[in-house]
Design a protein around this ligand. Structure first.
Ligand code: MRU
Length: 349
């Protein structure tokens, strides 16, 4: 697989996910403004991946302003962080990662700027490295709930491309495949941005994991007909009570899961938990441009002037979720207690 992101020399290099799978091209971020653009325009996307990219954005800002007086340096980096944090509103990993960078800076405020720079680079590298380890742990725990020969449905892309590597929901799928369970995957195409068709199908085909691509509207028929044994998806933000924001369409799947008795698991790192909010009603849902719906890959498919509603995420209520697979283990309902017990393990930097 290709690297979702890597930092080389003084540049953050991202695989350009807007162009996959037709073209494998790389997007170079030379300053924090490039990072902000890359996150907002979805060159890089997926909650953990935008967190790691944001962390390198903070480092790039610090490098850019290193020759200013100390006071100006701190002020400018803080302003840059405010820009980075606003790139996308729903996935909490972005705020978590930037906050972790800010904490590292605060703790070392008395050191010379050159040393602070090194510390920030190290912290961004740690966030990236830990993400892969975290996803492997999610995969290991998640594999426990995947039956031999299971047919798994997934939505959007919670794979290596949505993280620094290995993936969350696709991490579970990878671990099950690697352990020889003979699994099969159905991937929702995931309109409007088609992350399922373009990215999940791409990852699974590349790795030889059996995958069948379906239009989103096919999922109900497969679930009703008993074809799907388990649904595994990622998350952008999990509230203290277990309500979970993920790609638009996840809520619909969760209703079908309950109706037809199919288990639905959320696979996500502890950094996706927002301990500061009580429930899903507090999650800001991003609305994206109408062109994502009126056009497919630049080709207009709807009449000029049509009204469009394009929320990028929805909230699945905790009661529709069978379990939340984290790197610390699987949390089961009732979620409040299990989630609260993870609070101390969320790294603050
Ligand atoms: O809009 P996107 O592509 O950033 O949305 C991504 C998702 O909804 C993923 O399922 C989620 O971020 C989990 S990624 C491991």
């Amino acid at each position: 697989m290709y690297d979702t992101l890597k930092f080389e020399g003084d540049t953050l290099i991202l695989i350009d996910q807007r162009k996959l799978p037709q073209k494998v091209e790389f997007f170079k971020c030379r300053d924090y403004r490039d990072v902000e653009f890359a996150i907002a325009d979805m060159v890089v996307r997926g909650a953990p991946a935008i967190g790691a990219a944001g962390a390198y954005g903070v480092y790039l800002a610090a490098s850019e302003f290193k020759n200013n007086s100390e006071e100006v340096f701190f002020k400018k980096v803080k302003e840059a962080n405010k820009v980075l944090v606003k790139a996308r509103p729903t996935a909490v990993n972005l705020f978590w990662a930037i906050n972790r960078m800010e904490q590292a800076m605060k703790r070392n405020r008395n050191k010379p700027v050159s040393e602070i720079l090194e510390i920030l680079r190290e912290e961004a590298d740690n966030i990236a490295r830990e993400d892969v380890e975290t996803n492997q742990a999610i995969g290991k725990f998640g594999n426990e709930v995947i039956p031999q020969g299971a047919t798994i449905l997934t939505h959007c892309n919670a794979g290596a491309l949505a993280t620094v590597g290995y993936g969350t929901a696709l991490g579970v799928i990878r671990a099950a495949h690697e352990s020889g369970k003979n699994i099969k995957v159905y991937a929702d195409e995931t309109r409007p941005r088609l992350q399922g068709a373009r990215l999940t199908a791409f990852e699974l085909v590349e790795e030889g994991i059996p995958v069948t691509l379906i239009a989103d509207s096919v999922a109900a028929t497969l679930i009703r007909d008993g074809v799907i044994d388990v649904i595994v998806v990622g998350a952008d933000r999990i509230a203290s009570n277990g309500d979970t924001a993920n790609k638009i369409g996840t809520f619909m799947l969760s209703e079908l899961a309950v109706r037809f008795g199919v288990p639905l698991y959320i696979a996500a790192p502890v950094s996706t938990i927002d301990f500061d909010i009580n429930d899903g009603s507090e999650i800001v849902i991003e609305e994206r441009s109408p062109e994502e719906v009126t056009h497919i890959q630049g080709i207009q498919i709807a009449p000029d002037g049509v009204e469009v509603y394009n929320p990028a995420f929805d909230v699945t209520p905790a009661e529709n979720i069978t379990g939340i697979i984290t790197e610390k283990g699987i949390i089961e309902p009732p979620y409040k207690e299990g989630i609260a017990s993870l609070k101390s393990s969320q790294k603050k930097g």
